[in-house]
Design a protein. Structure first.
Length: 228
């Protein structure tokens, strides 16, 4: 083949080498597509990675609306439940008030405070003419109260008793606690005397006999708070 018939452009392989050395085979020129497609492949792969990264980051930063809506509905439900619990019914309010009233009554009973006796009612059942003695025994209680017998007798006379005698205790054997003694059927009269002198009803005692022919005797070992 002559050079005029050679269809390839000359290159370094056309130069004859030293004598006896092999002559290289001519390489066919590469097409334009073979040099472009690697760049296109890289561009497509990088673009896909970029799109995936953006989508992933967008999902993390912007939560979808349904969970937020569910959370809002849950919060509203909890608020309604709390509102329902905070509004007690009338029955619950009454039930809460009753124990407080009972506790207040219990405190009054535990304090030992007694309601004052109804002196008028007691006197209505008593015999105002019964012989009554009022004895001052405070000297034997450790602290004498002068005029205590006269004070008690005056309170009984002011209430309507007509036969009242004040006296001082004659023996140290006499009780020093305010006590009303009575004989026979004078329990109602003794209760009236105790009520006027402010002596507890449980401090009335029945005996077989009393000194000086008295039917009721009030022994006062401490000062009294007589009824007006």
């Amino acid at each position: 083949m002559s050079k005029s018939q050679y269809s390839y452009p000359p290159d370094e392989f056309d130069v004859r080498g030293p004598e006896g050395s092999p002559v290289g085979v001519h390489r066919e020129p590469r097409s334009g597509w073979s040099s472009v497609w690697p760049f296109l492949l890289v561009a497509v792969v990088c673009g896909g990675i970029a799109v995936g990264a953006v989508t992933f980051l967008s999902d993390d930063k912007e939560p979808s609306s349904p969970p937020a809506a569910e959370q809002s509905e849950g919060g509203a439900a909890e608020g309604d439940a709390e509102g329902t619990e905070e509004a007690p019914t009338d029955e619950e309010s009454d039930a809460a008030t009753e124990p407080e009233d009972e506790a207040a009554e219990g405190e009054g009973e535990e304090s030992g405070e007694e309601e004052p006796a109804d002196v008028d009612a007691l006197f209505a059942s008593a015999d105002p003419t019964a012989p009554i003695r009022v004895v001052n025994s405070s000297a034997y209680a450790g602290e004498a109260v002068a005029g205590l017998a006269g004070k008690g007798a005056g309170a009984l006379e002011a209430q309507g008793f007509t036969d009242v005698t004040p006296a001082d205790a004659e023996s140290s054997d006499i009780t020093t606690v305010n006590t009303v003694y009575y004989v026979g059927d004078r329990a109602e009269t003794a209760a009236a005397v105790a009520g006027v002198l402010g002596i507890p009803a449980e401090n009335t005692q029945q005996v077989d006999a009393l000194a000086n022919e008295a039917e009721v005797t009030a022994v006062l070992g401490e000062d009294i708070d007589a009824a007006p």
